[in-house]
Design a protein. Structure first.
Length: 560
């Protein structure tokens, strides 16, 4: 049954971005050193060498390995695929007669070579005599191997599935359950979480066994690849996006816990997981952005009254994903910022759901939005767009409190918001608020005094408890931050009183707080800090959105 699952999956792979993506994982788990992959030479002639690696053969000799991969319509070797231009025959000849050399690798050019034709299909019996005769003629002294579906099933089962994803009965059961329920309503990451934990717990970093590290992290990458493929087939990328968040965050927490953030092999393999994670986000957003850019594009027009709740929730969830991906993209290429900024503002302007914050945790989105939009100078029109949005949002917060007696729900509880669509649920909590405090800060920063006055009056009338949350510094804080939502690790300043005038607020209001150093900030994965806040809905720390109200305690102490 296990081999059947592995075979069915492998047979379904296409060559581009599927077979050629997972095949290097297999080689690394087998102990090969990868020299080049299809991604290194995309758009260039590969001369029958999709993957190039160094490794020992069954005879114990170290070889250069040239792997030619075929999948999709060319996965079976038959008369057509054998003789067609750039088909089986041409690819094998190109691999043999167009040598690949790399003087940067000592002794590489002097190693004997093996050519391997890899395909996730079969050799049709009618074509076997032709194929075998051709190989015998071109490789009379050996140097050629043929890896077909049966061979691939055996290798993947042995090195990645049986040893990693199917390492015990629980893992096997969880794996099947995850795939079966992938597109089911209410799908969550609970089983995926357990599967990730099992993989990480099986990897003993103390032994410094590179092959074990390769197997562990490759298995997590493979798990994500499989879920991504099944999600694409189901035309529902949300489970893949959610799974990628969990794999990346939990693995990074594990890396920090074991103090391996400077280990080259660990970071190299983790980087591949992160690359796939960002690719999933790109694919997900590319399908959604065209809709979101239209007028009320995130609104479900045939929806019922429930859209009063689902539309704003959908807007804020989408904006989190959009801002996160754009922050990473713009960091890698600052020239991308202008088009990204325009997209964000257009989505914001065309979807009125953003103007009705329903959850206190929507403060995270609001702060990320302000931080991103004001990262670089704005045109007068762009500044007007964001200020008018803040005005409309504040007005709607006040109107909703007047008409429904509801501020944003404190605990981020979607169910209580849904229950309160007509009448406020007894369990709906809004007696305290971090969102309102964040909104006050932004209003004061943009300098709209009438808005400040109106919101302050409503806060005073309703006696809502304004709060600001602070992380409690500890040795384990960063590890826990990437593992789960911070709750007991946070403290809250409560009963904040607002002065009557905006000027007095700007002059006297300060969040006294020393920034907490995270090792993550000194790595190329700094953006995972943002992802953790979004995914776990942990309140942003007081120094994230520095609008002039944050004051480090150390400076205050030095001035005494």
């Amino acid at each position: 049954m296990k081999n059947r699952i592995v075979r069915d999956y492998l047979e379904s792979l296409k060559e581009d971005k599927e077979l050629d993506y997972i095949f290097p994982m297999l080689l690394e788990a087998m102990g090969f050193r990868i020299v080049a992959t299809p991604r290194n030479s995309k758009g260039q002639s590969q001369y029958g060498k999709d993957v190039i690696a160094i490794g020992k053969g069954e005879d114990g000799i170290l070889y250069r390995w040239y792997f030619e991969l075929k999948g999709n319509a060319a996965k079976d070797i038959n008369d057509t695929t054998f003789y067609i231009k750039d088909g089986v025959r041409d690819s094998i000849l190109a691999a043999k007669y167009a040598p690949y050399e790399d003087s940067s690798i000592p002794s590489f050019n002097r190693l004997p070579y093996k050519i391997v034709f890899v395909h996730n299909g079969i050799l049709v019996e009618n074509t076997r005599p032709t194929f075998e005769g051709f190989i015998k003629q071109e490789f009379p002294n050996g140097g050629f191997e043929h890896w077909y579906i049966e061979k691939l099933t055996e290798l993947f089962s042995t090195y990645l599935f049986d040893e990693c994803l199917f390492c015990d009965d629980e893992s096997y059961t969880l794996f099947k359950k995850v795939l079966v329920l992938l597109d089911a309503p209410g799908w969550n990451t609970m089983d995926v979480d357990r599967l990730i934990d099992i993989q990480l717990n099986h990897c003993d970093l103390e032994k410094k066994n590179h092959r074990e590290i390769a197997k562990c992290l490759s298995s997590l990458n493979l798990l994500l690849v499989i879920i991504y493929k099944y999600a694409q087939d189901a035309k529902n990328l949300l489970p893949a996006k959610m799974t990628s968040d969990r794999v990346v965050l939990k693995t990074w927490s594990w890396i920090l816990k074991n103090k391996k953030e400077k280990s080259k092999i660990v970071i190299d393999f983790f980087s591949k997981i992160v690359d796939l994670h960002l690719e999933i986000y790109f694919t997900y957003l590319q399908k959604t952005i065209p809709l979101a850019l239209g007028y009320k594009g995130l609104y479900m027009y045939q929806g019922s009254d429930s859209e009063r709740v689902f539309y704003p929730l959908r807007c804020y969830a989408f904006m989190n994903d959009l801002l996160y991906y754009y922050m990473v993209s713009c960091y890698q290429n600052k020239h991308y910022f202008d088009s990204a900024k325009k997209t964000v503002l257009r989505v914001l302007s065309n979807n009125s759901g953003f103007e009705v914050p329903l959850l206190d945790t929507h403060a995270i989105t609001l702060q990320l939005l302000v931080s991103f939009v004001f990262r670089f100078p704005l045109t007068e029109e762009e500044e007007k767009t964001i200020v008018e949005f803040i005005i409309r949002l504040t007005q709607n917060v006040i109107i909703r409190k007047n008409e429904k007696d509801m501020f944003p729900e404190l605990h981020g509880n979607n169910k209580q918001v849904a229950k309160s669509i007509y009448v406020k649920s007894p369990e709906y909590s809004d007696s305290s608020s971090l969102f309102l405090m964040s909104l006050i800060e932004i209003i004061a920063w943009v300098g709209v005094e009438p808005l400040y006055t109106k919101l302050r009056e409503k806060i005073e009338d309703t006696k809502v408890n304004l709060q600001v949350s602070y992380p409690i510094e500890s040795e384990e804080l960063e590890i826990e931050f990437f593992e789960h939502k911070l709750y007991n690790e946070m403290s809250v300043l409560t009963n904040i009183k607002l002065p009557e005038s905006l000027e007095e607020f700007k002059k006297n209001y300060r969040k006294n707080y020393n920034s907490i150093y995270f090792r993550t900030s000194n790595t190329k994965f700094w953006f995972l800090y943002i992802l953790a806040h979004i995914h776990y809905q942990t309140d942003l720390f007081p120094d994230y959105l520095d609008l002039g109200y944050w004051k480090p305690l150390k400076k205050e102490e030095n001035n005494k």
